[in-house]
Each structure stands twice: as structure tokens, then as C-alpha cells.
Design a protein around this ligand. Sequence first.
Ligand code: ADP
Ligand code: MG
Length: 275
Amino acid sequence: KEIAPRPGKTRVLTVSNQKGGVGKTTTTVNLAAALATFDLRVLVIDNDPQGNASTALNIEHRGDTPGTYEVLIEGMPLREVIQASPDHKNLFCCPATLDLAGAEIELVPMESRETRLRTAIEQYLKETDESGDRVDYVFIDCPPSLGLLTINAFAAAEEVLIPIQSEYYALEGLGQLLGSIDKLRGYLNPNLRVSTILMTMFDKRTNLSHDVLSEIQQHFPDELLDTVIPRSVRISEAPSFNKTVIGYDPEGVGAVAYKEAALEMAKQGASTNGN
Ligand code: ADP
Ligand code: MG
């Protein structure tokens, strides 16, 4: 079994792209599950009212289940809402229920409306540092909009992971996303940077996939992972069984690709974190 380096401190990544359906959630849950198979401890914060990450991770998220909403709006501590994955050792999830859709509006008049998730994560990391069970990675799965939920995620993370679908128009909206990140860096979070770009739904038989890949490569030579995630029916089927593809089809091309991407990410993080 390959060894993935443990980061010197917890890496907090926001998974974001203003386009929907590009593989944000799929990437979040599968990178998280892959890192967990490498014996790293991983927390997924489902920050999308759709709750797709909670579903794929087989985490209870019915109406009255406490989750991201309670953390953001009621100030409930993360550790009180986090559930352990029933399928993956070392993997934990803060679920999202439909309530979270309302948080976007409810946050508007609230004090520190942009930094409530950051405060919750800082508190959680401090507590788990003291109790000796801190996580190595936190992934925040975001909705496809730049509202207060996503802004909370950007304020809370040091790294942004952008999944890019190997499709025409893949770059559309990317400039806007990068511009928004720049602005947020200025007034909310000077440490925020795009650390990782991952190509998803890659079809190696099409010129289009290769064209998009080489364009991204030119723009983001350091951030783009060498591993690309192929288009795979298994990857898209897994969530309907409440599974990650790592659990659903562990030896398949999708799971193997996500494990390779996770390993690459872990190594990249070890070299830039200086440990
Ligand atoms: P987002 O979170 O950005 O909206 P999702 O991760 O939910 O995107 O993916 C959108 C759809 O594409 C889902 O139905 C998902 O199962 C499917 N999908 C994601 N990645 C792949 C892939 N590599 N191959 C095939 N289908 C994929
Ligand atoms: Mg999603």
C-alpha cells in the first residue's frame, strides 16, 4: 500500500467552481475517501443545501439532523454535528439539510456573517488538537454560486480546489471565480490561494478534452494535477447507492484515478507545507 504523507498541519480546502455539474461534490467525497484509505483523517463539510456530499457519504441528513445550518446560524460546535462515515474509516462528515438553503438569507443581517464557518473550524481544530484526534484534511463542498455560504468557505480555507470539467466552456466563469478569490483575499483572507486544479469527466478519445487540458495546463502549470479523472459510469452510479466510487468500485478506473489524484495532492501539500 502506498504511503501518503501526512501534512504538518490540517489542510483546509474549499472545493469551488461557479458552474454546477462540473464534479465538485464527486471530487470532494472521492478525494476525501481516497485520503482516508491512506490512513489520513478527513472531514467533509457539506456546505451545499442539496446535501449531495452527505448522500454520497451515506450520512444521515434528514430535515431535523443538525449540520452545517446549525453551525452557521446557531453557532453549534462542529464536533456536535459531525458524523463518522459508516463505510470509510477515518472519514467524517458535517451534513447539510435543506435548511441550509435558508441560511444564505438568514446570514445577511448576522454579525460576522462571512466568518462564522471559519470560527467554527478554528474552534474544532483547536479542540481536536488538544484531544489528539485532529483531522489532516477538511474539504468544504460548495454550492455553485458565490453567495454567503461560499464566502464563508473561502474565509475558512487556505486552499481552493477547482474541479474543471473537460468540456467546451470549461473556462467560462473561471476568470470571474479567480477575480472573486482575489477580492476576498484582499479583505477577508490573505492566505487564500488556488492550490489545486483537477480535470474531471475526461474523455481521452475526444480532441476537445485534450484541448481543454492543454489550455488549463498553460494557465495553471503548478496547480493542475497530472492525474485526470476519466468519465466513468461507475463514478456517476455510486451516489445512487449512497456510496463513493472508492467504496462502490474500488478497483475501477474511477476509484484508481481518485486515489492517484489524492496521493498527488498529499505529496504536493507536503512539499509546499515544508514538512
Ligand atoms: P457539482 O457538485 O459540481 O454540481 P457533481 O459532482 O454532482 O457536480 O457531478 C455532476 C454529475 O456528473 C453527477 O451526476 C455526477 O455523478 C456526474 N459525474 C461527476 N464526475 C463524473 C465522472 N468522472 N464520470 C461520469 N460522471 C461524473
Ligand atoms: Mg455539488
